[in-house]
Design a binder for this molecule. Structure first.
Ligand SMILES: *[C@@H]1O[C@H](CO)[C@@H](O)[C@H](O)[C@H]1NC(C)=O
Ligand SMILES: *[C@@H]1O[C@H](CO)[C@@H](O)[C@H](O)[C@H]1NC(C)=O
Ligand SMILES: *[C@@H]1O[C@H](CO)[C@@H](O)[C@H](O)[C@H]1NC(C)=O
Ligand SMILES: *[C@@H]1O[C@H](CO)[C@@H](O)[C@H](O)[C@H]1NC(C)=O
Ligand SMILES: *[C@@H]1O[C@H](CO)[C@@H](O)[C@H](O)[C@H]1NC(C)=O
Ligand SMILES: *[C@@H]1O[C@H](CO)[C@@H](O)[C@H](O)[C@H]1NC(C)=O
Ligand SMILES: *[C@@H]1O[C@H](CO)[C@@H](O)[C@H](O)[C@H]1NC(C)=O
Ligand SMILES: *[C@@H]1O[C@H](CO)[C@@H](O)[C@H](O)[C@H]1NC(C)=O
Ligand SMILES: *[C@@H]1O[C@H](CO)[C@@H](O)[C@H](O)[C@H]1NC(C)=O
Length: 405
């Protein structure tokens, strides 16, 4: 199968490219499919009794999406995931991850797992040495699970002639950081289920991060929250335009809003039908963008005093003034009192929020090599010096004493 060759060839390219990749390479290029033995596609469908493991993967009919096992290529972590990746960009085998079945529960180190549709119609992720993750338990074996060309992995109950009886479960109900056309943002009133994006924790770690992108069906607007606190709003959607998003950007898309007693949701599609694939993402820094196009909204630039450009302002710490900002500097070392937070569920945007709200904090960076945890410095004693390059990224408050002049 042609797709198999592309995958394998590009895996090799990736290995070489990685050595030259820049510091800010988004995670899109740093992951590979887990290989053990000979990797092969087993079509687009799992039937009862089928198991997918790291020697095989599913490919949608036209080859636009793959479902397989993925892990990072470098040594930061050996965690792996079973997930769905797009194959839109011919320069890279596996680009963007639209679903991870075991998000928050990676297969660690040399442990692996499998995705199984058993004879009882149960779709589950089986983990070596741990309890399985149940995705859906139907109690009937007249089921199939198919990966479609829109990126949706759907478990269906089928009639004896093979036609669809009902949809039991679909990956589009479990969003990660990516919104694809036909995915919904909003709420399903029948099940109480909410469709929302949540960012990764860092550029490389897919755990639940600080930002969410949600649809507010009452206000008819998109909302970015940081750990539950509203930071940015698109403004009302009217005539296919949002108040706080440039018309140059909104004119590229068609928006769809559905509101009835069963569900209220928002979805988008690209007007230009020759664009192979449109993917909106909310990054770990709070940037809301089209992966292959422009930034759509920037919550990363919002401060508590800020009410411009969609920023919503929030409780202002007494010691922070309008105009105070953190800025990013490289290769500087700050002496002075430092304090660490060893909580590796914190990403750099969490460190920023903690530092902003603590009046003695003047600078921060991450604590661990994998860019989790936080380190803070106090304002009174911070001095900037170029004598050592200890940190790749250090954020300093523009009004702190160390930065005057
Ligand atoms: C992989 O495929 C090659 C060629 O088909 C074969 O020689 C080899 O034994 C296979 N390896 C494994 C681990 O199955
Ligand atoms: C993957 O599944 C195949 C077929 O079921 C099996 O032969 C193989 O041992 C499995 N490999 C792993 C790594 O579990
Ligand atoms: C990942 O696995 C490799 C090979 O087993 C090992 O050398 C490396 O230390 C592991 N990395 C982490 C972060 O555990
Ligand atoms: C299917 O369900 C029956 C009854 O609950 C159980 O005994 C059997 O082990 C199940 N089979 C599988 C493959 O899980
Ligand atoms: C479904 O279950 C029935 C009864 O247990 C069995 O006879 C049949 O072979 C099963 N079908 C599949 C596709 O596993
Ligand atoms: C549509 O997208 C294609 C492929 O990206 C591009 O070449 C073309 O210029 C676009 N057309 C318009 C009208 O933007
Ligand atoms: C670590 O950070 C996460 C994310 O903010 C939080 O939910 C959790 O309570 C923190 N853990 C501790 C021990 O503070
Ligand atoms: C603020 O930061 C200082 C110094 O880093 C620390 O001692 C203090 O506990 C922090 N205060 C709060 C409320 O977190
Ligand atoms: C990040 O690094 C810390 C410290 O080494 C480690 O405890 C944590 O598990 C790592 N997180 C991930 C997701 O690998």
């Amino acid at each position: 199968m042609a797709t198999t060759n592309i995958v394998l060839v590009h895996l090799l390219t990736l290995v070489f490219l990685l050595f030259f990749s820049s510091l800010w390479t988004p995670h899109v290029a740093d992951w590979v499919i887990v290989t053990s033995g000979n990797l092969s596609s087993i079509g687009d469908t799992l039937k009862p009794g089928d198991t997918l493991n790291s020697t095989s993967y599913l490919v949608s009919q036209k080859g636009t999406f793959a479902l397989g096992f993925f892990r990072r290529i470098d040594i930061i972590s050996n965690d792996s995931y079973v997930g769905i990746s797009d194959m839109a960009d011919p320069m890279s085998a596996f680009n963007l991850y639209v679903w991870f079945g075991n998000r928050g529960h990676p297969f660690v180190k040399d442990k692996t797992g499998s995705l199984t549709l058993d004879n009882n119609g149960t779709l589950k992720i089986v983990r070596q040495g741990e309890s399985p993750i149940m995705l859906y338990s139907s109690g009937t074996n007249n089921t199939v699970a198919t990966l479609f060309d829109n990126g949706n992995f759907v478990l269906k109950e089928v009639n004896f002639d093979g036609s669809t009886k009902s949809v039991l479960w679909q990956s589009f109900d479990y969003l990660m950081e990516t919104l694809l056309p036909e995915m919904k943002l909003g709420v399903n009133h029948k099940t109480g289920h909410t469709w929302a994006l949540t960012s990764w924790l860092t550029t490389e770690i897919p755990d639940y991060g600080a930002f969410s992108l949600e649809w507010d069906p009452k206000g008819l607007e998109l909302v970015i929250k940081q750990r539950g606190v509203v930071h940015w709003k698109s403004g009302v959607l009217r005539d296919n335009q949002f108040e706080n998003i440039s018309p140059d950007i909104t004119s590229m898309y068609d928006f769809k809003v559905v509101s009835n007693e069963d569900e209220e949701y928002f979805s988008f599609s690209n007007k230009n039908k020759s664009v192979l694939m449109s993917e909106w993402i909310i990054t770990f820094l709070g940037v809301f963008k089209d992966l292959r196009g422009p930034d759509i909204g920037r919550a990363d630039n919002c401060y508590s005093y800020d009410t411009n450009g969609g920023c919503q302002g929030w409780e202002q710490p007494v010691c922070r003034e309008r105009g105070d900002k953190f800025y990013l500097t490289t290769g500087y070392y700050v002496t002075g009192d430092s304090l660490s937070s060893n909580n590796y569920s914190l990403g750099i945007s969490d460190c920023k929020a903690i530092c902003w709200s603590n009046c003695s904090c003047a600078a921060f960076t991450y604590q661990y090599a994998n860019e989790t945890g936080c380190r803070f410095w106090t304002g009174e004693t911070a001095v900037q010096s170029d004598r050592a390059i200890d940190f790749l990224f250090l954020y300093l408050l523009s009004s702190s004493p160390s930065n005057k002049g």
